[in-house]
Design a protein around this ligand. Structure first.
Ligand code: SF4
Length: 734
């Protein structure tokens, strides 16, 4: 086998800066025998298997891209319960509801259990041999950039394999799509702090001003931030949380002060606060460019109050608190990024961290693995737009989809359904019959993450850089499913048999990669001991790389967005902890879990402020039609004071036309009616800028929306007497 050292390291994922850690000898390849297992019947169990007593194994959650560590309780060969892995630097023993529901995806009755090939218009079951022969045949005829991978966020050795396969195919096209993403913020962080993923230390702040950041619910790392938040609240000085957003989120529900704001005006609010800090509270502008300073000076508090709908005295109070409670931290969420001037809005908000001197105190350099090949490729929406465009222009002949469902998440305006028809050969590596799999020509059934091998690297690391191991917690439930790594390895063997032919399976590849990990990481342990420790703990602590952080305000545009269109309301397609972007709509536990704010279960609905609804003749439980310039959806209404008066919020996740018995045909998908608006600087989809009308179609029906929260009023019974703070102050003369 003649592979040079450089290529070998690249194949194993250790090339790049990390090789400097190496000092490792030339590779020692794990023998294939080591990867063999002896299957023993439970009638003659291993010594440690005690009937009725569970054994816990470490692995990694892939229910979102945060990369939390898990422990799975396995009894009599079945995984029964998942918990957080205390050794994970991300979730430190905690597990969110989506993580808990992982077992329902694993045991889900709607899993795809064998390969399927489209013949005569319909998908028919075929064997793996036929499927792979056809796949290799089809890919063999595709030229360079006419082939693409389309995935969700991808990291670790799965990313290495996909990258190497793309290289072997001669293609540059890897589209990485996530509806829930922070791509615009990442750009701003890189421009202002020289670090795309700075560590945002909520736990070190005395005050957090969150502009729509649902950091404990839907964010890049909900459990890491939740841990930070606990310390923020329980530290010597109890931290103060001010949340400003157009629709109350899970995090907003915990705030000390919650302020509704007109959608898309968060950047204007940030400029108004900067104006007060510099001009009234006399803070230093710390080298802000003249153009930005003029922009700040043009936003006095009255102008800002008019634009944002936030009262002037509130804005002044927030500015004063930020100055008093140093160090503070200003965060942004998707609603800030997701309008036409999202980049400018995020930049205005991050400028507050600069003025307040937070950079270096609560904005720290993020930790990163020193192996560029393994780092997370985080998803965005610009890739979806680029993919739809290429497909519509007949520029793609074959695409492999994995971990993403663009047929569900793409707005109707993209015409993706038709564009997919231009691609000759569409392959879906899928666990469930989602909309994209059902549109594919070949469907390859993949193991659940509880049955699969892999490594995961979180894009947003905690206080160390961790390579997390994913190991099967039990034997495959269905004999015809395969591991993702095994499927890609089979493709690579076709193209690069000299490099990959030696590996019987992906397990063997991973063993080899671990055996050849730089010696500095293995700390003198033998290959076997190192591998066993990784299996046991689930986490490999890797010496971290950090960027050298700087704090520098760059020029940005005026973030003000003038309303477009004659429609009265702004649509907020709100993702939630639970169904997320719709990927968990097939899990009954998550359908059954009440929405954290509205308490509705098993449905899609619209949230409207009671006064807005009343003005439109709409009441609680009414069926309404929400219409944009791209179409309409029908949902029932729940009235909620936690929504800005000019907005209407519809949760993401429902409205599937496929995706199994629990998801199909339930509710409506607000993504479908988004206007084709794009963020001006980054080309990301402006998802929070669509204007809509709402019209009553029918009154409440016999069933209505099912709410787990009971009544949210006291129906005039004064069970708990409350007095608004303002009234209390007036009555006491304070
Ligand atoms: S936050 Fe994401 S990775 Fe962590 S437990 Fe929840 S779903 Fe899993």
């Amino acid at each position: 086998m003649s592979i040079n050292r450089r290529n070998f390291l690249k194949m194993m994922g250790w090339s790049g800066a990390g090789a400097a850690l190496a000092g490792c000898d030339m590779p020692t390849t794990v023998t294939l025998e080591e990867g063999r297992e002896e299957v023993v019947s439970y009638l003659a169990p291993e010594e440690y298997v005690i009937p009725g007593v569970g054994v816990w194994y470490a692995s990694t959650c892939t229910q979102c891209a945060a990369g939390c560590g898990i422990h799975g309780r396995v009894r009599e060969g079945r995984v029964l319960k998942l918990e957080g892995n205390p050794d994970s630097p991300i979730n430190k023993g905690k597990l969110c509801m989506m993580g808990q529901a992982g077992v329902q995806g694993h045991y889900n009755p709607d899993r795809i259990t064998q390969p399927m090939l489209r013949k005569g218009g319909d998908l028919h079951a075929v064997g793996w041999d036929e499927a792979l022969t056809l796949l290799n045949e089809k890919l063999g005829g595709v030229k360079d950039d006419r082939f693409a991978w389309f995935t969700g966020s991808l990291s670790g050795h799965q990313r290495v394999m996909v990258d190497n396969h793309l290289e072997a195919m001669g293609s540059r096209h890897h589209f990485v799509h996530e509806v829930v993403n922070n791509a615009v913020s990442r750009r701003v962080y890189a421009e202002m702090f020289a670090d795309e993923t700075p560590r945002l230390r909520i736990d070190k702040a005395k005050m957090v001003l969150s502009l729509g950041a649902d950091f404990m619910g839907v964010s890049e790392s909900p459990l890491l931030y939740s841990g930070d938040y606990t310390r923020f609240r329980t530290g010597e000085t109890r931290g103060l949380l001010v949340q400003v957003e157009p629709k109350m989120s899970l995090t907003g529900g915990s705030a000390d002060l919650w302020l509704p704001i007109n959608p898309g005006t968060e950047g204007v609010l940030a400029l108004g606060i900067a104006n007060l800090l510099l001009n009234k509270l006399k803070m230093s502008d710390a080298g802000i460019p003249g153009e930005v300073r003029r922009l700040i000076d043009s936003y006095d508090v009255n102008r800002v109050a008019r634009h944002t709908g936030v009262a002037g005295d509130r804005i002044q109070r927030v500015a004063a608190l930020l100055q008093e409670r140093a160090p503070s931290l200003v965060l942004v969420g998707p609603a800030v990024e997701g309008h036409v001037h999202g980049h400018a809005s995020v930049a205005a908000a991050m400028m507050l961290n600069h003025i307040l001197g937070n950079v270096g105190k609560t904005v720290e350099a993020g930790r990163r693995l020193p192996f560029a090949q393994l780092q997370a490729k985080s998803g965005n929406t610009a890739d979806l737009l680029a993919f739809a465009d290429l497909a519509a222009r007949d520029q793609l002949d074959a695409v492999i989809f994995y971990g993403s469902n663009p047929a569900f998440t793409a707005p109707a305006s993209l015409g993706l359904g038709e564009a997919l028809g231009h691609i000759d050969f569409k392959v879906a590596i899928a666990q469930f019959p989602d909309e994209t799999a059902m549109a594919a020509d070949l469907v390859l059934p993949v193991n659940s993450y509880l049955e699969d091998w892999g490594t995961q690297v979180a894009a947003y690391q905690g206080d160390m850089a961790a390579l997390q191991l994913q190991q099967p917690l039990m034997e495959q439930l269905h004999p015809q499913t395969r591991g993702f790594g095994d499927i890609v390895l089979a493709l690579l063997k076709q193209r690069r048999s000299d490099e990959y032919g030696r590996f019987e399976d992906y397990y063997g590849y991973l063993r080899n990669a671990f055996a050849n990990m730089p010696a500095a990481i293995k700390g003198g342990a033998s290959d076997e001991a190192f591998w066993n420790a990784a299996l046991q703990v689930g986490v490999v602590d890797v010496p971290a790389e950090t960027a050298s952080l700087h704090s520098q305000v760059v020029n940005f545009a005026d973030p003000v967005t003038e309303g477009s269109g004659s429609q009265a309301l702004t649509l907020i397609p709100s993702p939630r902890m639970g169904l997320w972007d719709g990927r968990h709509a097939n899990l009954p536990w998550l359908q059954e879990a009440p929405d954290q704010i509205s308490k509705v279960v098993w449905d899609a609905w619209a949230e409207m402020h009671p006064e807005t609804a009343a003005a439109l003749g709409i009441g609680q439980g009414d069926l309404i039609r929400i219409s944009s310039d791209q179409g309409s959806i029908e949902v029932r209404v729940t009235l909620l004071k936690g929504v800005n008066r000019g907005s209407i919020a519809v949760p993401l996740g429902q409205g599937h036309s496929d995706y199994g018995r629990y998801a199909k045909g339930l509710g409506a998908n607000p993504l479908k009616i988004l206007s084709p608006l794009v963020e001006a600087e980054t080309g990301e989809m402006a998802m929070y800028a669509t204007r809509v009308d709402a019209k009553r179609v029918a009154g409440p029906d016999q069933f209505g929306l099912v709410k787990m929260g009971g009544s949210d009023t006291q129906a005039g019974r004064r069970l708990v007497v409350t007095v608004p703070v303002e009234q209390l102050k007036r009555s006491r003369g304070a």
